[in-house]
Ligand binder design. Structure first.
Ligand code: HPA
Length: 252
């Protein structure tokens, strides 16, 4: 079994991976954000554990902003590698006072506020038009896997939540966050869409683990501090790495 992982801010490489291949993989939709890093989380020479195909969403040097990511190429490249599931890592702000910086949220719904992104494979006459069902945008089984392993690892995890996907790269105004709160959003990030919808179009089960790195605009004292965001990423991304290792090892 092969598992795709898309790493976001703070997860541009995977030192735990026993790398077996590094593939430059142009697609019909252009170049993915990074080479595909293939490997397993086992010690070299040991078998067992799913094969992993890793992409750094913002590029290996973290130079691609959220609105410039070629989401179509990333998902198409993973599909071409025949992954049977995609786990996406996203960092987010929180609108929900119970979801605090350092917590992990496994969202179950999305509100999409992005615009101008290439958001479908059905936009050329050579591709058959599809209206995919997206009632539940994430895969239930993958969400359950994430939840079980998060609990086993003792992470502070929230099962379910509405991910509001904003355009970025700027953060939101306080009024935008208030509106998103009225819309029912629990967390806010810039990379959740169209990634999830494209995975659905290609029929690849997809789930997200979102690391809360700040309270959203207007919900913290004063301005959002980039230093604090960095501190949370530095201190908590290790939890996400452990979670990914556990989840993919469980998928042998
Ligand atoms: N807003 C949007 N995206 C984010 C945030 C935020 O507050 N924090 C991390 N990614």
């Amino acid at each position: 079994m092969k598992i795709g992982i898309i790493g976001g801010s703070g997860l541009a490489d995977f030192s735990e991976l026993n790398v077996t291949d590094r593939i430059d993989h142009p697609t019909d939709w252009g170049e993915p954000s990074s080479p595909l890093i293939c490997g397993t989380f086992d010690a070299p020479g040991c078998s067992g554990g799913a094969e992993v195909v890793f992409i750094a969403r913002h590029g290996e040097a973290h130079t691609i902003p959220p609105h410039k990511v070629n989401y179509r190429a990333n998902i198409a490249a993973l599909k071409d590698q025949q992954v049977s599931a995609i786990y996406a890592v996203n960092v987010v702000g929180s609108l929900n006072m119970e979801m605090c910086p350092g917590d992990v949220v496994i969202p179950d719904q999305i509100v999409d506020y992005t615009w101008g992104r290439e958001q479908t494979y059905s936009d050329s006459s050579s591709v058959e038009l599809q209206h995919v069902d997206f009632t539940v945008p994430y895969d239930k089984k993958l969400m359950d896997n994430l939840l079980q392993h998060s609990i086993a690892l003792g992470l502070h995890v929230h099962s379910g939540g509405v991910y509001g996907a904003t355009q970025g790269p700027r953060l939101e105004t306080a009024a935008e966050i208030e509106r998103m709160g009225r819309d029912g959003c629990d967390i806010v990030g810039m990379t959740g869409m169209p990634e999830a919808a494209l995975a659905r179009e290609l029929g690849v089960p997809y789930a997200c683990m979102a690391l809360v790195v700040n309270m959203a605009a207007g919900l913290c004292d004063g301005e959002i501090s980039m230093d604090q965001i960095k501190q949370i990423i530095d201190s908590r991304m290790a939890d996400i790495r452990r979670l990914l290792v556990a989840v993919t090892k469980g998928e042998e």
